[in-house]
Design a protein around this ligand. Structure first.
Ligand code: PGA
Length: 260
């Protein structure tokens, strides 16, 4: 059976108590889900969610620093995540890139630390609205992949790398001054193909590529059946019980069986 991932990026939402309440309610759905469920809550909620020890739930971090330890006020290291048994991390989310100024060079350092230490690492890439209009999507995505993975030896990565394609113009946070659009299934298919081809070209074969950007209970059935879509990175819809559980149900029916 082909793996399918539903990854919830909660961003700066839900307190620890709210997160625990939500996941407790979700427990049976997660256990019975045919998809792999990942939740990326705030750092502060990780211990409480990890303690729930739910089968088929991976509790990950939304970010991490590349250094082992040191004078980096406000940052969190790999060993701190290891200590809480965190096994997965998001790197290079567009909000980190645009709001917090993360460069490709910094993202490469984080990718190296995360992957070489065995974390399942979801590298987020995506073009902005202006880049889409300029028709340089392919160039932008290839560059993001090449720079994020620069110098990383494929053999040491051992199936830990996952890529999330999140066109910035489709993410709910997006740029408030630009139009918000949702890609068509054709656009997603074309871009996922391009990403997989570029990954192979730089030595990374069989990498799962998730789609993110306003993925929700209404569009997921169509999107999950697209060739090359191996799951979703979900923001807004993953915060709402009815929406997220609907996506889990739909994936049970359509993602796993039709994508085999
Ligand atoms: P969204 O967010 O689903 O709310 O658009 C996705 C993301 O930013 O990862």
């Amino acid at each position: 059976m082909k793996d399918f991932i539903l990854a919830a990026n909660w961003k700066m939402n839900k307190t620890s108590s709210e997160a625990v309440k939500f996941v407790r309610k979700l427990k049976n759905k997660i256990k019975k889900s045919k998809s792999n469920i990942m939740i990326f809550p705030s750092y502060l909620s990780i211990p409480a969610l990890a303690k729930l020890k739910i089968n088929n739930l991976s509790v990950g971090a939304q970010n991490m620093h590349y250094a082992e330890k040191g004078t980096f006020t406000g940052e969190v290291s790999l060993s701190m995540l290891n200590d809480l048994s965190v096994k997965s991390v998001l790197i290079g989310h567009s909000e980190r890139r645009t709001i917090f100024g993360e460069t490709d060079e910094l993202i490469n350092k984080k990718m190296t630390t995360a992957l070489y230490n065995g974390l399942t690492t979801i590298l987020c890439i995506g073009e902005t609205y202006d880049e889409k209009v300029e028709k340089i999507t392919s160039k932008v995505l290839k560059k993001q992949l090449q720079l994020a993975l620069k110098g990383i030896e494929r053999d040491k990565v051992n199936g830990k790398l996952i890529v999330a394609y999140e066109p910035v113009w489709a993410i709910s946070s997006g740029d408030p001054n630009k139009p918000k659009l949702t890609p068509t299934a054709k656009e997603i298919e074309k871009t996922h193909k391009l990403i997989k081809a570029e990954l192979s070209k730089i030595g990374f074969n069989d990498i799962m590529v998730l789609y993110g950007g306003s993925a929700n209970e209404n569009n997921c059935k169509e999107f999950m059946q697209i060739d090359g879509v191996d799951g979703f990175l979900i923001g807004g819809a993953s915060l709402v019980y009815e929406k997220f559980t609907k996506m889990i149900d739909i994936a049970n029916k359509y993602a796993i069986d039709t994508n085999n």
